[in-house]
Every structure is written in C-alpha cells, then in structure tokens.
Design a binder for this molecule. Sequence first.
Ligand code: G3P
Ligand code: CA
Length: 289
Amino acid sequence: MYARAVAATATAIMGTAGLLTPTSEARAGEVGPPTVVAHRGASAYAPENTLASIDEAAKMGFSWVENDVQRTKDGELVVIHDDSLQRTTNVEDVFPGRAPWKVKDFTAAEIARLDAGGWFSPAYAGTRVPTLEQYMRRVEHNHEKLLLEVKNPELYPGIEQQTLKLLGNEGWLDRQHLGRLIVQSFSADSVRTVHELRPALTTAYLGRPSVAQLPQYACFIDLINPSYGSISSGYVSAVHAFTGPHGRPLGVFAWTVDDAATAWKVAGYGVDGLITNKPDVVRAALDGD
Ligand code: G3P
Ligand code: CA
C-alpha cells in the first residue's frame, strides 16, 4: 500500500553518507509505513504541549513528538501553541485585567503560575506550561525524538538563534541528537535562518509550496510538511524527486491526521510521516487493525 518509491534510493544515499537522519527510520525499508508523530504530544489524551502530553506519547509507545516554541516577555522560551495564553491556561482567572493575554506580554514567572491542564480535564489540573529547557530534558528522559516548531517567529526576533543556543546547551546539537531532531516553521525565512545557523540540522517547511517553488526550498529544507488535505500522491512524488541540502530526497510529513480512513488514504500517497493527535488510531490503521 505504501507508494514510497524513493525509499530504496534514499536508503542507498544515506548509506553512502553514513548518516543517521530523522527520516532514515521512515525510509529504512522500501515499503515501510510512515513515521507517526504525536502532535503537541499525545494531545487527544493529555493537555497539548505539556510534559504530560509527551509522557503520554511515550507511554503509548510513540517516540516522535511535535511541539510549538514561543517566548515570554522576559525572554524565556516556552512550549505553547497559541500566541495567547487564553485557550490552554486559566490566565483569565489569574490575571483578569491583562487581556488579550499574549504569551509575549507575560513573564516566565507569571506563566509558571498558570494551570495548563485543568481546561483539558480535572485529572490534569496543576499541569504547567513547560519552558523549552524543561521540555527538552523530559524528551531526553523519555528517549523521545522531537519535531520542534518555531511558532510565530515574526513576534520574537532572534528566536531561531536563541532556540539553537538552548538546544546546544542541552546537548541536542551533537551528532547523535541530530538524528532525533527536526526544526520546522510556517515561516520559510525562519527555517532558512535555522539552516544557515546550523546547516547540519534537519529542517522542514510547514505548508505546500508549488512544485515550481520546490527548487528554492530544497536549498534549505529537508522536508515539506503540508496539511493532508492539500496534497495528492502526485504532489508527494514531485516532492520526493527533489534533493535537499543534505543530498537526500525531500520528505513529506502530513498533518493533522486523526482518523483511520484518512491515515490509510494519506499513507497511500507515499508520505514519510503522519502528524496526529491520535497516534494510536493512526498506528492501528497503518497496521491494518
Ligand atoms: O506539525 C504540524 C502542525 O503542528 C502545524 O499546525 O497549528 O498545529 O502548529 P499547528
Ligand atoms: Ca505545531
């Protein structure tokens, strides 16, 4: 079922280069299933972008997790999806006069006071918004692999450099860890900056560039990560035909696939990864359960 014709070629190229890469796992066999990535952690089962959500992914047996990184008023990197604290914390109760509760307008100490789990379920009350440092340590502790999204980089000048510095301090830019890390963004400029600062790092662009635009992207990205509804098997094949900055065919991780029928269909396009809030549902579909 997996129309992944480039797999053998990619494996051969990686063998030549002797590199362990984030997509090597997905491309290790000619007809292997796509890599399953737990989106914002196992976010259907635990509050998104928290330590609980990546613990849950690990408990369920999934090694790849995705997150979103932004920055506080006093310059701390934190893991949260929205540019406002409103939806996923109790900020309205704790700081009622501070609408619209933007992440960038709160200090790390203020954010550390917020409950980022009670909105999801009383069972998770008291869960905190993690700093990126706390998050990376838990990813390491759990032996997980990370698809890290630089979220809203236009709001946070220099966030690429700062994120890479933290990743380096935590040991995530050494050779071994580079095989467990992908940095992505909806901002092509941000991804290009990451690539220029740390060329060895695997990068991904969130979106669906036209095939005519792919040669430009292939200079600084390894993966195109589009919404699943925006692609076809023809598009995936077209992406695979380009070679990225590390000499390998470009890969495709599609999002956000949460039901079996869609997982089956999109896997059939030949994608290399499926990003999902329900990794168990996707895995069962791919396994034919
Ligand atoms: O990783 C893909 C996905 O995270 C992109 O969309 O809005 O969930 O960050 P979003
Ligand atoms: Ca994201």
